[in-house]
Design a protein around this ligand. Structure first.
Ligand SMILES: NC(=O)c1ccc[n+]([C@@H]2O[C@H](COP(=O)([O-])OP(=O)(O)OC[C@H]3O[C@@H](n4cnc5c(N)ncnc54)[C@H](O)[C@@H]3O)[C@@H](O)[C@H]2O)c1
Length: 343
């Protein structure tokens, strides 16, 4: 397949070494979710001491099956990041906090704005307060999002692009991100933020579209049912989850990330119609229908987006290493085997 929107093929040869995580105490909020559990797997491989904190609420992506095979090598604490007492206790003595707990659904943030506010904004402030008071030497990497740019003025969007979120989730994630940077700048609690674009891979939520539309597509494809592509001309980029995990580790381990925000991105830019065609092709069959955007969703759509990730490439040597077709193939293979664990 030809890629009409290639920005570049950044198959990275990473120039920056990971720090040694062996025996380092690492806490992952949202650690039973898609990206958090993938990070946990990698940290276990690297010999870290890993504590996963997750509320396991059914609307979100947490799933105990996500840690199948490493369950004896991590500690799991089913807690809510909104619980200040628990977080004060759990954060003490940790070398690193990978702060990934979040409410991810844009539509849910419009229907239940206060829940999104509590999790994506207020709880972030209390995590930072707990660190300031009880563990100021910790390093925190926050999972931010490209959603905070809103509808881009120019593409690819770099970190200097204005922030103009189009939904409640984007506003709260933006505040969560800025609290982190503020605590770095004012109190010297070392933090940084990664603005993730669409992240895909095994263990993502496929039950519904709360985490990503692609989850629904994959589920329906595997069930042999047609999926819907809304509009279809929007451009997007995708990061494979293992690449996102490497970015978290690089950001945690290097002081030059302190107080900084970094975009992550993908090696290819595709329209959603192209993505759907590629997915069906890799699956060896399947159908999709192109439809108009439902009006409720259209109001908060960001249109085209793809990231300029030159900043993290030059500062930390990060770039995507898994091409989009491989990312889709690995994801489909995983769900062909394990779909029942995710419904
Ligand atoms: N997946 C993406 O494409 C993407 C894109 C941009 C940003 N992000 C951010 O990355 C982070 C991880 O996302 P993900 O895709 O792994 O989603 P996910 O839903 O799989 O993971 C989030 C985890 O946080 C947990 N959680 C939610 N509220 C909690 C609470 N109050 N207390 C404790 N745990 C709670 C959930 O149970 C879940 O396991 C999120 O902060 C999200 O905003 C993800």
């Amino acid at each position: 397949m030809a890629w009409p929107h290639d920005v570049a093929c950044y198959i990275s040869i990473r120039g920056t070494e990971l720090v040694d995580f062996k025996d380092k105490r690492t806490l992952i909020t949202g650690g039973l979710g898609f990206i958090g559990s993938s990070l946990a797997r990698r940290l276990v491989e690297l010999g870290a001491n890993v504590l996963l904190v997750d509320s396991l609420m059914p609307e979100y992506g947490g799933n105990l099956f996500n840690i199948a095979g490493i369950e004896d090598r991590v500690q799991v604490n089913i807690s809510d990041v909104r619980d200040e007492q628990s977080m004060q206790y759990l954060l003490r003595g940790q070398h690193y906090c990978f702060n990934l707990a979040g409410q991810t659904s844009h539509m849910d943030s419009m229907r239940n704005p206060y829940t999104d506010l509590e999790i994506n904004c207020r709880a972030q402030l209390s995590i930072l307060e707990a660190c300031r008071k009880y563990n100021p030497d910790i390093k925190i990497v926050f999972a931010s999002t490209r959603q905070i740019y809103g509808r881009p003025d120019y593409l690819p969007a770099d970190e200097r692009h204005p922030l103009r979120p189009v939904d409640v989730n984007g506003i709260n994630k933006m505040a969560g991100e800025w609290y982190h940077i503020l605590y770095n700048n004012v109190y010297g609690v070392r933090t940084c933020a990664l603005r993730l674009t669409n992240t895909i891979g095994p263990r993502m939520r496929v039950k519904d579209g709360r985490q990503t539309f692609l989850g629904t597509w994959i589920r329906l494809l595997i069930e042999g049912r047609p999926f819907e592509v809304w509009d279809g001309d929007q451009l997007r980029d995708f990061t494979y989850v293992d690449d996102a995990v490497e970015a978290f580790l690089l950001a945690a381990g290097h002081d030059q990330s302190d107080g900084q925000v970094f975009n992550l991105g993908g090696d290819t830019v595709v329209s959603l119609k192209e993505l759907a065609t590629l997915l069906v092709q890799i699956n060896g069959g399947g159908e999709f229908v192109v439809q108009a955007y439902p009006p409720e969703e259209k109001r908060i759509d960001i249109g085209d987006y793809y990231a300029d990730f030159g900043h993290i490439r030059s500062e930390l040597g990060w770039g995507p290493s898994v091409p989009l077709p491989d990312a889709l193939r690995r994801t489909l293979d995983f769900y062909r085997q394990h779909i029942l664990r995710y419904l």
